[in-house]
Design a protein around this ligand. Structure first.
Ligand code: ATP
Length: 364
């Protein structure tokens, strides 16, 4: 089922929780609403579920207007942060409950409960009391319970945030598998950017009740709309500068550390305009093996180094007031000492000039 939010507004007292949000969520998509606490993502989800009515704007499921339709008539399945399972019931009874409410006959109920248990890969757990399950198993049963009613739309509100770090990683994979088996249009709310990057087909980044950018994880990470998105989704370094020249998606930027060359210009800039260059820590490469003529070569002083085996993280000082973070992969055996000078380079495609003031990207 395709979902469309058309200029949706929701105000609580004086807080504009959702401020003129328009979005199209495609049929079968696993779509994320991602943003910091209080940005309005749960309110959006609750409007889609029907728990809140919007003050203005239209909510469409396919060709049907959903404004005013009560939650139980929307055919949505919901998975909550705290699972919201009934502790006095068995796994099967929990899953079956929505079908009983819908007056589905007993034979069909048994078949669909078995299918739902198979979908979450817990076929033998039907008779277990839910309070005898681990957190991850409970979350899988919550998913089975939401999916058994064959919802047109699956809504997930921070479904993994009660699990420990390791289980969260495992459940990400489970959710992706379960979603691809069910093919249900799903809207997933989180403030965890790595969860969104690893799972989303597409995502909307929200801030202060508004959508700042919509795109695939790769588009959002590689072509952020502005400095807020660049720093909220992943880590980044910002270096302020001024556009010296620009043509065909390439630019030269004057910065306090010298000229930076970029071939990743996704915004309309004019020569002379202020900009902020976003450079990811993993895009800063040790320059030991590159040709001396390569662009974007700079020197820095090591002010902190953390060896982590797979990677080594550095805090580098480029000038008195410019510090950057670098992550080198597959670090060698030589320790870098504090105050060592290190030569590094950045590929021009990894220098992304962003508007010094908020605006929207030309592409991405
Ligand atoms: P979190 O990640 O912390 O859950 P969120 O992005 O989901 O945050 P919302 O819960 O949608 O944000 O809240 C958006 C804004 O609306 C916040 O400022 C919040 O305090 C306010 N708000 C949400 N629900 C209500 C309510 N029922 N009454 C009053 N204010 C509310």
């Amino acid at each position: 089922m395709e979902i469309r939010l058309d200029h949706i507004v929701k105000t609580f007292d004086t807080t504009k929780a959702v401020n003129d949000v328009s979005l199209e969520i495609r049929e079968g998509e696993l779509f994320f609403l991602l943003g910091p606490s209080g940005c309005g993502k749960t309110t959006c989800l609750r409007i889609i579920a029907g728990f809140y009515q919007p003050d203005a704007g239209r909510l469409m499921f396919g060709d049907s207007l959903m404004n005013g339709v009560p939650p139980h008539k929307r055919n949505t399945g919901m998975v909550f942060q705290n699972y919201a399972l009934w502790p006095h019931m068995t796994v099967s009874e929990n899953i079956e409950y929505g079908l009983v409410l819908r007056k589905v006959d007993k034979g069909t109920r048994e078949k669909r409960v078995a299918e739902a248990l198979a979908m979450v890969q817990m076929p033998d757990y039907g008779d277990r009391p839910v309070n005898k399950l681990s957190g991850g198993q409970q979350q899988r049963i919550a998913l089975a319970r939401a999916l058994v009613i064959e919802p047109s739309v699956l809504l997930l509100d921070e479904p993994l945030s009660n699990l420990d770090a390791q289980l969260r990683l495992e459940m990400r994979h489970e959710i992706k598998q379960i979603h691809s088996r069910s093919q249900t249009t799903a809207v997933y709310v989180t403030h965890d950017q790595s969860e969104a990057l690893s799972l989303a087909d597409r995502m909307a980044i929200m801030k202060d009740g508004e959508i700042v950018q919509v795109g695939t994880p790769r588009e959002i990470y590689r072509c952020p709309a502005n400095a807020f998105v660049a720093s909220f989704v992943g880590e980044t370094n910002f270096i302020s500068g001024k556009i010296r020249s620009i043509s065909n998606g390439s630019a030269e930027i004057e910065t306090p550390i010298g000229i930076l060359h970029s071939t990743s210009v996704y915004h309309d800039f004019a020569a002379g305009e202020d900009t902020i260059c976003s450079i990811r820590p993993e895009a800063i490469n040790s320059a030991e093996k590159i040709p001396p003529t390569a662009p974007n070569q700079h020197h820095a002083r090591v002010i902190d180094a953390t060896y982590l085996g797979r990677v080594e993280e550095f805090q580098l000082s480029i000038s008195d007031d410019a510090r950057i973070k670098a992550v080198f992969h597959n670090p060698g055996t030589n320790d870098k000492q504090m105050s060592d000078t290190l030569r590094f380079w950045i590929r021009p495609e990894d220098v992304t000039p962003l508007p010094a003031h908020n605006s929207h990207p030309r592409t991405g």
